[in-house]
Design a protein around this ligand. Structure first.
Ligand code: UD1
Ligand code: UDP
Length: 370
């Protein structure tokens, strides 16, 4: 029996780890699967646990409103080791690039417990973009024992950084597993505000929350959305607002008065997947959304200066537009007026996986730790 402890804390980690936990649970003769949540996010994490029917065996419950990355890391490093000493997992799994992921991998190292990194090998090459996620990725690669790369390009990064080929597995991204397990043909929104969306009008879905965009860049993004709303009065905008106080205050101040603007609380994953499916265009600085939208045939404008997910740009499903008002308006306007430009992006192929990443991860764990 291989005892696997999956540790995660934010919404995107939970979405991307849910298929892995389910795959571990589906092989009870080989694995004992335990889940520890840091609850770096409280409400948004619990939304995901609910949608995927996951139960946490251990909950560090560490979120405080307006927390700093350093506080999150400190609490994980303080609270996780006693639990690790208690349950002695054969391997600890972390996902992605959050404070929870890095700090849990570090805690595992301090307890001399091997760790596996799901979604390994993403890099922008700029230590401050995204901040602090780029550094979390680099450090988690150094700490982990076994690495699960979502794309061939990500695996090449790991090999170039000296990870032995036998430890770097090409798996696809588990976000596609989650998406394909969730999307359904006839879905009705359960968020009351969304029932007034007009199906005959085009909808633009927007998410934004990156720390390096707080202040002027986020204000500039909001100004671009304002200008698009005025230039294209037929458009509806849906913006599930991240609960980070720095995001919420700016977005509400700059956009709340526009007609056709749906500023709503974060919606659960089921609802969000079907908002993507219903959208004409997606504007986002999210990592996960950059990977999901192309699977649903939706062009993505990336509200960052640089992306660690260049595969979407190469495939033609994503364009990096940054946070400059004029650039966002120009690129979005072209897609909103040229059917040819739109179809080129909408018909490009998703480069992030085939929906079987979790099976590959679980097979690699069985081989390595069995
Ligand atoms: C973190 C991750 C980022 C990820 C993002 C996903 C790090 C360094 N960053 O961002 O990679 O893209 O989560 O959303 O780990 N809040 C609530 N309820 C919730 C969740 C958040 O009220 O359910 C509020 C709290 O005030 C919290 C704040 O949002 O303090 C920010 O949460 P935090 O985890 O610090 O977010 P980020 O670091 O911005
Ligand atoms: N998402 C969600 N509800 C929302 C907004 C996003 O369930 O209101 C999902 C989305 O489908 C994706 C993930 O959350 O899988 C992305 O999370 P986020 O943008 O917070 O983090 P990132 O991916 O940038 O780390």
């Amino acid at each position: 029996m291989i005892r696997v402890l999956s540790v995660f804390g934010t919404r995107p980690e939970a979405i991307k780890m849910a298929p892995v936990v389910h795959a571990l649970q589906a092989a009870p003769e080989t694995f004992e699967s335990l889940v520890c949540v840091s609850a770096q996010h409280r409400a948004m994490l619990d939304q995901v646990l609910g949608v995927f029917g996951l139960r946490a065996d251990h909950d560090l419950d560490l979120m405080v409103p307006g927390q700093s990355p350093a506080q999150i890391a400190a609490r994980v490093i303080e609270r996780l080791p006693p639990l690790l000493r208690d349950i002695r997992p054969d391997v600890l799994l972390v996902q992605g690039d959050t404070m929870t992921a890095f700090a849990a991998a570090f805690a595992a190292y301090l307890e001399r417990i091997p760790s596996g990194h799901v979604e390994a090998g993403l890099r922008t090459g700029d230590r401050f973009q995204p901040f602090p996620e780029e550094m979390n990725r680099v450090l988690t690669t150094r700490l982990a024992t076994i690495h699960f790369a979502p794309t061939a390009q990500a695996r090449d990064v790991l090999l170039a950084e000296g990870i032995p080929a036998a430890d770097a597995h090409l798996t696809g991204n588990t976000v596609i597993d989650a998406l394909l397990q969730t999307v359904r043909p006839d879905y009705h929104f359960h968020t009351p505000r969304l029932s007034s969306l007009d199906p005959s009008r085009r909808m633009v879905l927007v998410t934004t929350h990156r720390r390096e965009s707080f202040g002027a860049p986020l204000e500039s993004t909001c100004a671009a959305i304002r200008e698009l709303a005025q230039r294209f009065p037929d458009l509806q905008f849906v913006l599930p607002v991240h609960p980070n106080p720095q995001v919420k205050a700016t977005v509400e101040r700059l956009l709340c008065d526009l007609p056709g603007m749906y500023l709503i609380e974060p919606v659960d994953y089921l609802e969000f997947v079907h908002l993507m499916a219903r959208a004409h265009l997606v504007l986002t600085d999210s990592g996960g959304v950059q990977e999901e939208a192309p699977s649903l045939g939706k062009p993505v404008l990336v509200l960052r200066e640089v992306t660690e997910r260049p595969e979407g740009v190469t495939a033609g499903t994503a364009v990096v537009v940054g946070t400059d008002r004029e650039r966002i308006v120009r690129v979005a306007s072209e897609l909103l007026t040229s059917a040819e430009a739109y179809d080129r992006m909408a018909n490009a192929v998703n480069p992030y996986g085939d929906g079987h990443a979790s099976e590959r991860i679980v097979a690699a764990l069985a081989e390595r730790f069995g």
